[in-house]
Write a protein that binds this ligand. Structure first.
Ligand SMILES: Cc1cc2nc3c(=O)[nH]c(=O)nc-3n(C[C@H](O)[C@H](O)[C@H](O)COP(=O)(O)OP(=O)(O)OC[C@H]3O[C@@H](n4cnc5c(N)ncnc54)[C@H](O)[C@@H]3O)c2cc1C
Length: 483
């Protein structure tokens, strides 16, 4: 069976890895991986500059989703997995020019602790009163249409909670806009809680109590309760000592070099008998099956000759762009940075910057002693125009924002970073807009009618690295199983 994989990001590479495993196990499988750029990895890209690890794209993955760490272990990188330094985890929101720590007890945008919520400077008195009254919120009937995250949060906690909590937290994850993101897709747990409990706070507390009960039960079963030992908490994020590029390099080392076609954009895919023809440059090659792991907007163009309705659905999935700016400083020349991993900037603050991470704190051992790395995010759905700015202008914007937010004593405008790097990610993050699940169901139905076609990538069932890996591997397994 000859399989074409189109798009060499993490989803396509995970698919290729699965096919390579099948091939070396003796299955009659051949594959070709087409990638339009001159490098593999898509959004995953890091490099080491003077001993400092610089992540241009993602810096880690969620530990609770096992697909990424499992792949790393299979590739022999188990010893390289690096947990986030959660002892120092603290995140701030910028309000005016001040940093306000997220209040203790906040779970998925829902306040669950009375005193920290009452005392926080993040919300006004009227929002706090509203948060208390939320306990009386009536259940919402099931079966209503999907809605935007902003609408769900506003109904429960008011506009300020949208502006200072939902919007910055979600733009940190999706580069997205809470007024567009689908509540049903992005916050399915909260939608369920609302229909069951009415109040999200009551729902969250009940879920938490259930989880604690389960944890106690399993501790008892394992006998650790008698020994008084507490199970070690897992870090929220996991990365690799050598950065996300280490995963890409390990994958490349396992793939068949003859199967990799870099700088080869696919222009169209066509049906031919019971197989497929893949067109790239002036070549047209026949395959038995195709995994399209490019962004959905590119998949939409390629698949137009096969199924116009499928092509339209794929093209209608919105994408956001983002920019990362890494600044390396001599730590001795900076004032003391606030404790924690960094801060988020609500859009209502009107700044270019969406978020900043204190990289040397989030993952230890990847920055030489005496150096501090600040990584800023810009762009997102509301600020695409920034992509056209020069590197110098973007670095200047970030330095000005950092100076105004952290103060002249902490980071003077006169202080030059030792190193600055800008990375642009154009239309890289799919946005799960209202109605996303209905759209992906329609897409799945059309794909099911086209034998040998599979889709993978961040546009469908999870934006993060683990979900992209899961979908890529699944696509490959389904095709080889169907032989
Ligand atoms: C700045 C940034 C930070 C992020 N941070 C995190 C994080 O910390 N944790 C996390 O889990 N996720 C994070 N993400 C999200 C995650 O990195 C992506 O969702 C994931 O890497 C997407 O993988 P993919 O394979 O679906 O797509 P991509 O990485 O976009 O790969 C698609 C590939 O298809 C290629 N292609 C496009 N058109 C064609 C064509 N016509 N022919 C051939 N090839 C084509 C592209 O060149 C690209 O290489 C972040 C994303 C960005 C941009």
């Amino acid at each position: 069976m000859r399989i074409a994989i189109i798009g060499g990001g993490i989803a396509g590479m995970a698919a290729a890895f699965e096919l390579e495993k099948a091939r070396t196990a003796g299955n009659p499988v051949e594959y070709t991986l087409f990638e339009s750029r001159e490098r593999l990895g898509g959004s995953l890209s890091s490099e080491i500059v003077n001993g400092t690890l610089i992540e241009q794209g993602p810096d880690s993955f969620l530990t609770e989703k096992p697909a990424a760490a499992d792949l790393c272990r299979e590739l022999g990188l188990g010893g390289e997995l690096l947990p986030s330094n959660d002892a120092a985890r603290k995140t701030y929101i910028v309000v005016g020019n001040r940093l306000v720590a997220l209040p203790d007890g906040l779970m998925f945008l829902v306040p669950t602790k009375l005193i920290p919520t009452a005392l926080t400077r993040l919300f006004s008195i009227s929002t706090k009163v509203r948060m208390a009254l939320e306990l009386l919120h009536p259940p919402r009937p099931t079966g209503l249409p999907d809605e935007a995250v902003a609408d769900l949060v506003r109904r429960h906690f008011g506009q300020e909670a949208v502006d200072r909590l939902a919007d910055p937290l979600l733009s940190g994850i999706y580069g997205g806009d809470s007024a567009q993101l689908s509540a049903r897709t992005v916050l399915p747990g909260l939608v369920k809680m609302e229909s069951e409990y009415g109040s999200l706070t009551r729902g969250m507390l009940a879920a938490h109590a259930k989880m604690r009960g389960k944890a106690k039960e399993s501790t008892k079963k394992n006998g650790t309760a008698q020994a008084g030992a507490k199970p070690a908490a897992r870090a929220i994020f996991t990365s690799l000592r050598g950065g996300m590029q280490q995963l890409i390099n390990a994958l490349i080392a396992r793939l068949d070099p003859a199967a990799l076609r870099l700088s080869t954009p696919v222009s169209a895919i066509e049906r031919s008998g019971d197989g497929w023809v893949v067109k790239a440059g002036d070549k047209a090659e026949r395959y038995d099956a195709v995994i399209v792991s490019s962004p959905a907007w590119a998949a939409g163009v390629m698949l137009a000759p096969v199924d116009a309705a499928l092509s339209e659905e794929l093209s209608a999935i919105p994408y956001s762009s983002s920019i990362t700016v890494n600044l390396v400083y001599d730590e001795g020349k900076l004032g003391r940075l606030p404790d924690g991993f960094g801060f988020l900037v609500p859009a209502v603050e009107g700044r270019a910057m969406l978020a900043a991470t204190f990289v040397h704190r989030k993952f230890l051992g990847r920055t030489p002693p005496g150096k501090a790395v600040i990584r800023a995010f810009l762009g997102g759905m509301k600020n695409e125009a920034l992509l056209t700015e020069t590197d110098e202008a973007l670095v200047a914007m970030v330095r000005r924002d950092l100076n105004e937010i952290l103060g002249e004593k902490t980071i003077s405008l006169a202080l030059e970073p030792e190193y600055a790097q800008v990375a642009r990610w154009r239309r890289a993050m799919a946005q799960y807009a209202v109605g996303h699940q209905d759209r992906t169901a329609r897409i799945a139905a059309r794909v099911a009618a086209l034998p040998g076609l599979r889709l993978a990538g961040n546009a469908y069932d999870g934006i993060g690295i683990p979900d992209c890996i899961r979908l890529g591997r699944l696509a490959a397994r389904e095709l080889t199983a169907a032989q």
